[in-house]
Each structure stands twice: as structure tokens, then as C-alpha cells.
Design a protein around this ligand. Structure first.
Ligand code: PMP
Length: 461
């Protein structure tokens, strides 16, 4: 249950809204609209899968905010551990070889739960920093091995890897990739979607845009690494075809290229396995993690690397000129450690698996009932579906209908926060990724709101 909060008066809300409009540029929002309308919601508290705004309206947090609040909102254990660490020593640096116990204990824990011999971590403060770090360490690895030209990084269309310059350039969503004309000439973005062409079929229609053809045309001696999300998130929840991840792993081995798995969304139980790659029994050479490592209670990320990579870096006999002020932040690491303990003790990975099955049942129901609902997919609690005008004939909605945006808005009015993707013509994708603590009843409520929202949108057509 929520705390009994004093309600903000309308005057208070207006004051906050005006201050926000005046002083904040919001990420991934339309600045001109924001500057006139102000914040859509001002959150005040959260408990479990529910969040509340300053008007005392409550919502189901259907995408765990930014797919990161895995253990749900309002966890006292995490507040307590942060409080305790802050009172002891809130912050200390890990530069110059300085250590702190939470960072050390968390590193050991991560090594024990990640697959294969991913045993060593470089800490960052989030996903973008993790990916930029993974690129740098991959290139550094090859440099140390005597391959100075192995520098290029191959990423996938619709992949999302963050907004620092190299991560931005690896992102396969044009608006993000091209924003502000940033460049990193060593990042190559595959033109193909997740396709079966990595399985080696050169006659596949998308072959010329796929990873293998890029390696062949660039020359493997120039390629350092391939990066991909086991399941693409912000590109619209795209699952890899069966056999794809294994094929890419094989491809990387064949051409002596490192494989980086971006587990920023998939990691820490989201997919009903501790890590996304576990669904396909693939072990990458480097793994980027963030988000679910602390469930958003503190900002933390990292690149976990296997012994092959770590051993080469550990041989370097000069100062490693890389690191963030908050690399190995003790409070963030203490929170991370407790967060993983919660995931384990409450069997949240298993719950994600089971509730994923419930969500799938709900989607089956929506699919039966609503003609526009199609292409449902999920792995655990990473789920999505498409809206189409006529799925049987593959006819998308006209852009002017704003189908996905409208359905998300109908959900919002009914107390469900979800997210949509419509960055390509005809694309109307909706993502659902609630906290891993969600119950069957809460899934049913989510489906019931979606049901009403879809009906209301269809009626208005
Ligand atoms: N990788 C993936 C797969 C992500 O989803 C995100 C964030 N949505 C990032 C990287 C970037 O993480 P951050 O926003 O913490 O920099």
C-alpha cells in the first residue's frame, strides 16, 4: 500500500510544472511541446508494480519505467542498504587501485552468476558507458595482441545501445544514430534486421546487409567485435530467429572477432533467465550490463569480460587511461548486491518465466478479440505486439492514425503506463515489460486495461 501522502494542490502542481518547463530539457521528449505543456506526469511514489503521481492517480508501471525496475518500486531493503553504506562511506573512488568492499563483493557475485568464464568486470555508471567501454576494451584487446587494425564494431539495425557517441553510432535507429551529426567511423551498422542470413545462407535476400557480408567486405582483419542485444528492446522488442545467436557466435569464432552481448535490458531476470543469452546457451566475450543490476535504485553499469579478454588486459604494464568517477560506486554496488539477493531469494527469474506465460495467455485473448492486434511475442517479461490495420494482408495503419501512440494514451487514461515505437513508416509496436514481481492478478488487470484501450481506439477509427 502507498504511504498516505499529502496531496499537492493544483497551485503546487502548476508551480512545479512551470519550473520544469523553465529549467529542464527532457530526454526523448519533444522540447517544443514540453516547453508549452510541461510534464505529463509528476511521479510521487511507487510500490510494487504501481506508481502514483502528485494528483494521487495510480498506474501499473507496465514497462518498469525504462525496463529497469526489476524488483518493483518501494523496496525498503534497498533503501536500508543504501542508507547503511552512505553512513559508512557513501562514495570512494576505484581509480589508482583503490578498492571498496561492495564493489569487490558485487564483482565476485556477478562472476558467479554470468555464464561461462565471464569473470571480470569494468564498472561504469550506466548502459551507454558500458557499451563505449566494451568497444574501447575490444579494440585495446586486439591492439595488445598485435592487431592494430582490428577496430571496427558491427551492430544491428534496430539495435539500441545508448547515446554516448560510439554507443549512439552503434544504435540502429536513425534518429538516435544521426543526432547532432556525431561520428565514429569505426562503427558499422548492419542494414539487415535480425535475419536468418547469419546462419550462412548467401542466397538470403538480406544477405548483403547482414553481419557475415560486412565482415567479408571489410575484411576480418579490420573487425574487432560484433555487438547485439539478445532480444532487441528499444528497437521494438524483436526476438532473434531460432539459431541466430549461436550462428553469430560461430561467425565470430570463425573470423576471430569478439562478441559483445548488450544485456542492459535482458540482464537480471527480465527474460525468465538470469541473462538473455542463457535462453540460447550462448556465451559472449564481453557483456554490457546496467539497469536491472540495481533495479534503478542507483545508477550502475559494467562490462563483464571473459578470461580471454581479461588476461590480455591484465598483462598491460602501463596506466589504463579509462574510467568514470562513479566506476565501482560503493553505494551503487551495495544496492546492486542486495538487489541480486532479492532476485534470488524471491525467485524472480522463475516468476518472470511464469508470468511471461500468463502474459502470453492474455495476448492470445487480445489477439482473438481485436483484429488490429498482431505479431505478439515475449520471452519472459520482455514482451511486445504490433498494431496493424489489416494484419491478414499485412497492411499497416496510416501514419496519421497514430495507432500506437493513441493506444498508449488510452492505457494511460485507464491507469497503465506502457511504451510504443513508431520510428519507421508503418511501425506501431507496443512494449510490455512490468517488474518481475508482478502477480497473475496484476497481469490480468494489465490485459484488461489493454483490452479496453484497444476497443476504445478501434471504436474511434
Ligand atoms: N543498451 C540497451 C540495450 C538499452 O536498452 C539502453 C537504455 N535503454 C542502453 C544500452 C543505454 O543505457 P543508459 O541509458 O543507461 O546509458
Amino acid at each position: 500500500t502507498f504511504k498516505q501522502e499529502e496531496l499537492l494542490t493544483k497551485t503546487n502542481f502548476d508551480e512545479l510544472s512551470n519550473l520544469d518547463k523553465k529549467h529542464i530539457i527532457h530526454p526523448v521528449a519533444v522540447p517544443k511541446v514540453h516547453a508549452s505543456v510541461g510534464p505529463k506526469i509528476i511521479f510521487s511514489e511507487g510500490k510494487g508494480v504501481y506508481v502514483k503521481d502528485v494528483h494521487n492517480r495510480s498506474y501499473i508501471d507496465g514497462v518498469s519505467m525504462l525496463w529497469n525496475v526489476n524488483v518493483g518500486h518501494g523496496r525498503k531493503e534497498l533503501a536500508d542498504v543504501a542508507h547503511e553504506q552512505m553512513m559508512k562511506m557513501a562514495y570512494s573512488s576505484t581509480f589508482y587501485g583503490y578498492g571498496n568492499e561492495p564493489a569487490i563483493r558485487l564483482a565476485e557475485k556477478i562472476a558467479s552468476i554470468t555464464p561461462g568464464d565471464l569473470n571480470t568486470i569494468f564498472y561504469t555508471s550506466g548502459g551507454s558507458e558500458s557499451n563505449d567501454t566494451a568497444f574501447k576494451l575490444s579494440r585495446f584487446y586486439w591492439e595488445q595482441k598485435g592487431f592494430k587494425n582490428k577496430r571496427k564494431i558491427i551492430s544491428l539495425r534496430r539495435g539500441y545501445h545508448g547515446v554516448t557517441v560510439s554507443a549512439q553510432r552503434a544504435t540502429g535507429i536513425d534518429a538516435f544514430r544521426n543526432f547532432s551529426g556525431s561520428s565514429d567511423p569505426d562503427i558499422l551498422n548492419a542494414k539487415a534486421h535480425l535475419t536468418e542470413c547469419e546462419l550462412g545462407d548467401k542466397s538470403h535476400p538480406e544477405f548483403s546487409g547482414c553481419i557475415r557480408s560486412i565482415i567479408e567486405s571489410e575484411g576480418a582483419e579490420h573487425v574487432a567485435a560484433v555487438i547485439l542485444e539478445p532480444i532487441q528492446g528499444a528497437g521494438g522488442v524483436h526476438l532473434p530467429p531460432e539459431g541466430y545467436l549461436k550462428a553469430v557466435r560461430k561467425l565470430c569464432d570463425e573470423f576471430n572477432i569478439l562478441l559483445i552481448a548488450d544485456e542492459v535490458i535482458c540482464g537480471f531476470g527480465r527474460t525468465g533467465e538470469l541473462f538473455g543469452v542463457n535462453n540460447w546457451e550462448v556465451v559472449p566475450d564481453l557483456m554490457s550490463i546496467a539497469k536491472g543490476i540495481t533495479s534503478g535504485y542507483s545508477h550502475l553499469g559494467g562490462v563483464v569480460m571473459n578470461n580471454r579478454v581479461a588476461d590480455v588486459i591484465k598483462e598491460y604494464d602501463d596506466v589504463l587511461p579509462h574510467g568514470f568517477t562513479y566506476s565501482g560506486h560503493p553505494t551503487a554496488c551495495a544496492v546492486g548486491l542486495k538487489n541480486i539477493e532479492i532476485i534470488e531469494n524471491e525467485r524472480l527469474v522463475e516468476n518472470a518465466h511464469q508470468m511471461g506465460a500468463e502474459l502470453e495467455k492474455g495476448f492470445n485473448y487480445l489477439n482473438e478479440k481485436h483484429e488490429i492486434f498482431t505479431n505478439q511475442r515475449n520471452v519472459g517479461l520482455l514482451a511486445g505486439f504490433d498494431l496493424m490495420k489489416d494484419p491478414d494482408h499485412n497492411i499497416p495503419f496510416e501514419q496519421s492514425k497514430q495507432a500506437a501512440v493513441s493506444v498508449v494514451d488510452e492505457c494511460y487514461k485507464r491507469g497503465l503506463l506502457i511504451r510504443c515505437f513508431d520510428f519507421e513508416p508503418g511501425m506501431n509496436i507496443i512494449a510490455v515489460a512490468p517488474p518481475l514481481t508482478i502477480t497473475k492478478q496484476e497481469i490480468e488487470k494489465t490485459i484488461s486495461i489493454l483490452d479496453d484501450a484497444l476497443a476504445s481506439f478501434s471504436q474511434k477509427l
